[in-house]
Design a protein around this ligand. Structure first.
Ligand code: FBP
Length: 320
């Protein structure tokens, strides 16, 4: 994949962030999601690539846009798998909360896990603790391993986890171990990525969230030299059947190479609302400012990009 694709992908997440940020705090998560999805799809179709959505807004019969299997791009360029989440944290946008992102990942065709839309148990760390975690080990062992790898006391380790009743036991175990916790209400993609940046104050992500989000976060962590391990958690016979149909073994531990093969992958995200890593969209007069992160696994380059967008010259960026 050409390195110039990175900048093309930032245009895509910027457009999605600008579109959905208009809905911030308005209590309408579907409208925020629709605006971002439309913007993302429009701009993706201008990117020089032959893309196929493998993680998107749903199956063809349930999502009009960015559905699984949809072909995107100009049709000229590399053949790639595309994973999209136009609004990662729809409730966050609706409530004007913390850490909503527009995210996108691409990899060579066939290299992203076609994750079924169900829960996935996850554990994630940044580069310093790579190779030290094990999703099948007790929580305390993982906390000790991260503390050792980062040369910290366990009391200094901060775990992040979605604040859900299903996580009561893990939360109790983390507290018992003496580590501290940053509970998040939504958005475990940001939670996973934050483990790779010291200034976010987060060392490890635990707990279950969406499997598609797990694959997207794995691409980000591959670019950052971090690690995510996952285990699918089907909740019903129907979900077990779905795994079988898709040829995914839900009993297996999914390692980085299972989630995203090779290193020809690119991840891009733009902040919709403010977060530890990226600021959200700011509107002033005829300008919109975006803050984005784009990374390429092959080169390991991580770029933070601030964009000033003239909404007068590009009125299609203002989807109200
Ligand atoms: O809210 P649940 O059911 O615990 O699901 C957790 C998943 O939902 C999210 O918090 C937000 O997902 P949406 O953007 O689809 O609302 C994800 O980051 C996370 O993986």
């Amino acid at each position: 994949m050409e390195r110039s694709l990175s900048m093309e992908l930032v245009r895509v997440t910027e457009a999605a962030a600008l579109a959905s940020a208009r809905w911030m705090g308005r209590g309408m998560k579907n409208e925020a999601d629709d605006a971002a999805t439309t913007a993302m799809r429009n701009v993706l179709n201008t990117v020089p690539m032959k893309g196929t959505v493998v993680i998107g807004e749903g199956e063809m019969d349930e999502a009009p846009m960015l559905y699984i299997g949809e072909k995107l791009g100009t049709g000229v360029g590399p053949e790639v798998d595309i994973a999209v989440d136009p609004v990662e944290g729809t409730n966050i946008v609706a409530s004007g909360g913390w850490n909503a992102l527009a995210v996108l990942a691409i990899a060579d065709r066939g290299n992203l896990l076609h994750a079924p839309d169900m829960y996935m148990d996850k554990i994630a760390v940044g580069p310093e603790a790579v190779g030290q975690i094990d999703i099948n080990a007790p929580v305390i062992d993982n906390l000790r391993a991260v503390a050792k790898a980062k040369n910290k006391d366990i009391e200094d380790v901060v775990a992040t986890i979605l604040n859900r009743p299903r996580h009561e036991k893990i939360i109790h175990e983390i507290r018992e171990a003496g580590a501290r916790i940053k509970l998040i209400n939504e958005g475990d993609v940001a939670g996973a990525i934050n483990t790779a940046f010291d200034h976010t104050g987060v060392d490890i992500l635990f707990g279950s969230g969406g499997a598609p989000e797990g694959v997207i976060a794995a691409v980000a962590l591959k670019c950052l030299g971090g690690e995510l391990q996952g285990k699918l958690l089907p909740q019903s016979d129907e979900e077990v059947e779905r795994c079988k149909k898709m040829g995914v073994d839900y009993t297996r531990t999914l390692l980085m190479e299972d989630l995203v093969k090779g290193d020809d992958a690119i991840f891009a995200a733009s902040g919709i609302t403010d977060g530890e890593l990226l600021k959200g969209v700011q509107f002033k007069g005829t300008y919109g400012t975006t803050h984005s992160l784009v990374m390429r696994a092959k080169s390991g380059t991580v770029r933070f990009i601030e964009g000033q967008h003239s909404l007068k010259k590009k009125p299609n960026l203002v989807i109200k």
